[in-house]
Design a protein around this ligand. Structure first.
Ligand code: FAS
Ligand code: PHB
Length: 392
């Protein structure tokens, strides 16, 4: 097989890239190791920044998003009986976020890609790359029990944190920045009336979050140990901890319901640089992950793709490689600001096992400061809705 851009991974990064390149008349092929059903059922992120919604509108794939997505003007932070209200349109005039499940975005993007005649090869697992230092790199992959190759002008590594692309960059070239937090998130999807607001909680027993996917579907999280197992979390224990940590001891606020999905996600900040090597360009989780506290993983993948698609289109249209050469530097400036924000929110809201009494007082003082300072709340708001996109 041959194409101009070989895209590994049909997550948000790979799918958005395929639609942007296709619209510019650039031939690309998406290779995805899992089945279509699997990727469309994978429950993950849920909060879309303004910029992500704008991109979906720009690509003409936002019709269902506007019908089923939920514009979210506010987030609450609960601690010690207090509630910090962060009103997004007040603090960042005219801006807010939209709640819409990542799996719904993936469905919309796959449908659009296929309807527009683009190709996605499902159950095609990339096993390696060769020729990255030439202008004809090759992706080696397995499909239908056969060893196949895809030769291209460029490879887009959109294969997530456990993909094959990042490890292709030599160890003496790739620098890794890594912080594993001493806790994870147990996330559930439940058939229950959601909380009216996006509600985060810092509680003595640990962090909790009440989010949603629809007026009848709740997305709820509790902090757990990093090596925890869902088997340790029967439904009753999950609901008990959610009621307590969200300050609903009277059990009058949080509605319970049938739990449809349970999974544990580690909390980790990870950045790898550079995000390019020869004709390979990494985007999204293939290059970086952030703790889910800031609701940024998906949105950061999208901003990488905005930069990469623009650079590739410029190359194919004008022959200029200027944007490609500075791709990594351009993305990393924003990535580190988002990692900073996600790390700040994670440090603010979780109970750290080794937390000293001093650190606990600092954490509570930070929360009190947010409670009483519009300026402090504005800094959270402007990061939460999404920092301005500094077009290069
Ligand atoms: P993805 O991981 O989404 O996509 C990579 C794709 O590449 C996958 O479909 C994979 O099957 C495929 N692939 C991997 N190796 C391959 C190979 N060798 N060949 C072919 N294909 C291959 N973010 C939030 O903002 N909020 C959340 O609540 C949240 N929860 C999360 C929960 C979990 C369990 C995980 C893992 C992540 C979560 N995230 C969350 C982050 C998540 O949303 C990512 O940021 C987002 O999926 C990034 O998109 P991609 O970069 O496209 O990577
Ligand atoms: C979600 O709805 O999945 C969600 C919301 C806010 C976060 C993380 C995840 O910070």
């Amino acid at each position: 097989m041959r194409t101009q851009v070989g895209i590994i991974g049909a997550g948000p990064a790979g799918l958005f890239l395929s639609l942007l390149l296709q619209r510019a008349g650039i031939d690309c092929v998406v290779l995805e190791s899992r089945s279509r059903e699997y990727v469309e059922d994978r429950v993950r992120a849920g909060v879309l920044e303004h910029g992500t919604v704008d991109l979906m509108e720009d690509l003409g794939v936002a019709e269902r998003l506007h019908r089923e997505g939920m514009p979210d003007p506010r987030l609450d932070i609960r601690f010690n009986g207090n509630v910090i209200h962060i009103d997004l349109p007040v603090l960042t005039p005219g801006r807010m976020v939209t709640v819409y499940g990542q799996q719904e975005i993936v469905k919309d993007l796959i449908a659009a890609r296929l309807k527009r005649g683009g190709s996605i090869v499902f159950e095609a697992e990339a096993t390696g790359l060769s020729g990255l230092d030439t202008n004809q790199p090759t992706i080696h992959f397995k499909h239908a029990g056969k060893d196949e190759t895809l030769t291209c002008d460029f490879v887009a590594g959109c294969d997530g944190f456990h993909g094959v692309c990042r490890p292709t960059i030599p160890g003496d070239v790739l620098k890794v920045y890594d912080r594993e937090f001493p806790f994870g998130w147990l996330g559930i999807l439940s058939e229950s009336k959601p909380f009216p607001e996006m509600s985060y909680a810092n509680h003595e027993r640990g962090f909790a979050l009440a989010s949603r996917r629809s007026p009848r579907l709740s997305r709820l999280y509790v902090q757990c140990t990093p090596d925890d197992d869902v088997a340790n979390w029967p439904d009753a224990r999950i609901w008990d901890e959610l009621h307590i940590r969200l300050g609903d001891e009277g059990r009058t606020e949080l509605a319970e319901g049938r739990i449809l999905q349970k999974a544990i996600t580690p909390c980790r900040s990870f950045v790898s640089a550079p995000m390019q090597y020869g004709r390979l360009y990494l985007a999204g989780d293939a290059s970086h992950i952030v703790p889910p506290t800031g609701a940024k993983g998906l949105n950061l993948a999208v901003t990488d793709i905005r930069v990469l698609s623009r650079a590739l289109i410029e190359f194919f249209k004008s022959g200029s490689a200027a944007r490609l050469e500075r791709y990594s530097a351009t993305c990393l400036k924003r990535i580190w600001k988002v990692v900073r924000y996600s790390t700040y929110m994670t440090t603010l809201l979780h109970r750290f096992p080794q937390q000293s009494a001093f650190d606990r007082q600092i954490q509570l003082a930070e929360l009190e400061y947010l409670l009483n300072s519009p300026a402090a709340r504005t800094t959270i708001a402007e990061n939460y809705v999404g920092l301005p996109f500094e077009e290069e």
